[in-house]
Design a protein around this ligand. Structure first.
Ligand code: GDP
Ligand code: IMO
Ligand code: MG
Length: 429
């Protein structure tokens, strides 16, 4: 099986977009299978910057790109992203972008609800991207979602709209908000249908054909394992499964199609939004990492919280995510630090823990146990081979491999596409 599945091994923003773009040149298809436009990826190709949220990161290389049924699709967000990226000279045609007909839609009422809930939650808020992701997934499993294929049958939409609007009207009333403007929603859907329907397809058939024909499929996960709704730091998570197994339910292939699972892993840790973060450095160290790593969200512009590498969490992500090798990114951000710390274990009330316990109260009390690693003089920035890396930087990479019990397949040393070291070809399995 020559397929590769890319997933985030931390709390998102590990550099998945850069790595998917790099791998996409050798793939026949790139497939998103969960999440939505809560994702935000920055790609830099020969100095030109591309920002993607909903479009698979293969679109820039012109690799046929698929949005699978597991993605929650905001058709208005898709339109503005397509227009923006076309403005940068990237081709987006129905031959290059295929969207599953069964994608549930994110409607303006989902965005409303996301924001209403966050605003009402005070200190307990999740810090969502306010894109309506959670409410749209709720309506999907509640069997009242409007799906992409429904836009081809707008005259039959009445009863479905009644169902979803009745549900939202009750919730909105609780927040003192007026009922959904049903006519306006229908009008908006009519208008956007013309744009989005040409991309709608039974993509499971395209994927089946590609698999039968021995094509190389690159599955692109969004977010990261620690934001997984089952395996992450619940309730401070997103509303989808971000682990590799989700390719099956989220695009319509068998689980065996995942191929080599590549976990994208930052050489330190960041998190955006609320929730536990044992190795967070709310001090000069965090400030330095944030400035050097330019840790501001692609989607919301929020400052990302920064901290040391947490080997306990990545080891857990490797296990539950099914990760076979990692791409270690942003190694260059640690250049020149005198000492680099790595968390190798936890203590809670004096008791040792080798994993993150599930209860938020325990998670909040975790004390990380650190190992000090000597930093490296010199620069890893822009390195494209092992030989270009300072010897002590290599030592750091090797120590991480040991601690997380997973080999490094790629190392990334700058935002630029080709500043990437290939250690082991993920497509070779
Ligand atoms: P994603 O959501 O996982 O695709 O990651 P984001 O794109 O949200 O965030 C990663 C950020 O780090 C982006 O701004 C990238 O351009 C940048 N980046 C990726 N790899 C590297 C690297 O190796 N070094 C540095 N300095 N920046 C990187
Ligand atoms: P990429 O693909 C980082 C976080 C939000 C919030 C939580 C729930 O760029 O790595 P949601 O809007 O999904 O309901 O928010 O999840 N979050 C991300 N954090 N990277 C992402 O995506 C994220 N997508 C969601 O900040 O804490
Ligand atoms: Mg991101």
């Amino acid at each position: 099986m020559a397929n590769v599945t890319v997933i985030g091994a931390q709390w998102g923003d590990e550099g998945k977009g850069k790595i998917v773009d790099w791998l996409a040149r050798r793939a026949d298809m790139v497939v998103r299978f969960q999440g939505g436009h809560n994702a935000g990826h920055t790609l830099v190709v020969e100095g030109e910057t591309y920002k993607l949220s909903l479009l698979p990161s293969g679109i820039v290389t012109g690799t046929p790109s698929v949005i699978g049924n597991g993605v929650v699709l905001d058709p208005w967000a898709l339109k503005s992203e397509v227009e923006r990226i076309r403005g940068q000279g990237v081709k987006v045609t129905p031959e290059l972008l295929m969207v599953a007909e069964t994608c549930p839609l994110i409607l303006p009422i989902h965005r409303d609800l996301d924001a209403l809930r966050e605003d009402a939650s005070g200190a307990g808020k999740i810090g969502t991207t306010r894109r309506g992701i959670g409410p749209a997934y709720e309506d999907k499993v509640g069997r009242r979602a409007i799906r992409l294929c429904d836009l081809a049958h707008l005259d039959d939409l009445g009863p479905m709209l009644d169902r979803v609007c009745a549900h939202h009207d009750a919730l909105r009333a609780g927040f003192g908000e007026p009922p959904v403007d049903r006519e306006r929603l229908l009008g908006d859907l009519r208008e956007i249908a013309d744009f989005v329907l040409p991309f709608a397809r039974p993509v499971w058939r395209d994927l089946d054909k590609a698999n039968q024909g021995g094509k190389r499929i690159l599955f692109e996960g969004a977010q990261g394992v620690l934001l997984d709704v089952d395996h992450g730091t619940y309730p401070f998570v997103t509303s989808s499964n971000t682990v590799a197994g989700t390719i099956a339910s989220g695009s319509g292939v068998g689980p065996g199609a995942a191929g080599f699972v590549l976990g994208i892993t930052k050489a330190y840790t960041t998190r955006v939004g609320s929730g536990p973060f044992p190795t967070e450095q709310d001090n000069d160290v965090g400030q330095t990492l944030g400035e050097r790593g330019r840790e501001f969200g692609t989607v919301t512009g929020r400052r990302r919280r920064c901290g040391w590498f947490d080997a306990v969490l990545v080891r857990q992500a490797v296990a539950v995510g099914g990760i076979a090798g990692i791409a270690l990114t942003k190694l260059d951000v640690l250049d020149g630090l005198e000492t680099v710390k790595v968390c190798t274990g936890y203590r809670i009330d004096g008791k040792k823990f080798e994993y993150l316990p599930p209860h938020p109260a325990d998670q909040a009390r975790v004390e990380p146990v650190y190992e000090d690693i000597e930093g490296w003089p010199g620069s890893s920035a822009g390195a494209r081979s092992w030989a270009d890396l300072p010897a002590r930087a290599i030592k750091y990479v090797r120590r991480i491999e040991e601690l997380i019990r997973c080999p490094v397949a790629l190392v990334s040393t700058s935002p630029e596409r080709d500043d990437t070291i290939l250690v082991r070809d993920p497509f070779a399995g």
